[in-house]
Design a protein around this ligand. Sequence first.
Ligand SMILES: Nc1ncnc2c1ncn2[C@@H]1O[C@H](COP(=O)(O)OP(=O)(O)OP(=O)(O)O)[C@@H](O)[C@H]1O
Ligand SMILES: [Mg+2]
Length: 221
Amino acid sequence: MVYPNGVKALDRVNINIDRGEFVFMVGESGAGKSTIIKLLCREFLPSSGSIRMFGRDIARFRRREVPMLRRSIGVVFQDFRLLTNRTVYDNVAFALQVIGASSREIRKRVPDALEMVGLTEKAHMKPLELSGGQQQRVCLARAIVNQPLLIIADEPTGNLDPKTSLGIIDTLRSINIRGTTVVMATHDKEVVDQMRQRVIALHAGQVIRDQRGGAYTYHGV
Ligand SMILES: Nc1ncnc2c1ncn2[C@@H]1O[C@H](COP(=O)(O)OP(=O)(O)OP(=O)(O)O)[C@@H](O)[C@H]1O
Ligand SMILES: [Mg+2]
């Protein structure tokens, strides 16, 4: 991936993730983690190479098929991207409205998702009335509410205290155990070391390690 300004963000990255996997992406700031995530969401297309998802090259999705792709993916963005003039409840409900869920379904699923991230009490507040970590949890609720096949989370524990972080990870892990694939970019050493899942380490746009049952730093096991 070369950005329009000429920055080469990813170089010969070759990653294969199976359905149901739990994958951490680690690497220093600027290594290319968010770039991979944006490519997976088809926010832009790679300058060369291809991305296959659910068995298809995502560059070849027709324009009208892109919403369907995004519906199959729940994304927690590094920069939140919440609707600031809507309540927490509405932000989460919106993810269901856009896919045409019935109001009955919305009334059931939104409280469930808010409960999973521990924000039941904040449902009627606006995002900017919440702390950074709480806003992050709204993003997670929004990503999981439509029970996607794949959850991609960009530093979902970046602003959280260790206890809340582990709560978020437990939520992701329990969704993963039920079959959802999880890909998570993180700098959170404690979380990665505790989980011992697959770790893909990036450095300057290249994959330097892809290890099952890995830790944050390479121990050579
Ligand atoms: N929109 C953009 N235009 C040009 N260059 C970009 C753009 N977004 C990212 N980059 C560059 O691409 C490289 C990878 O950035 P990326 O955001 O993928 O890193 P990251 O691993 O997510 O870092 P962090 O841990 O800080 O979030 C960096 O050199 C960055 O400056
Ligand atoms: Mg990033």
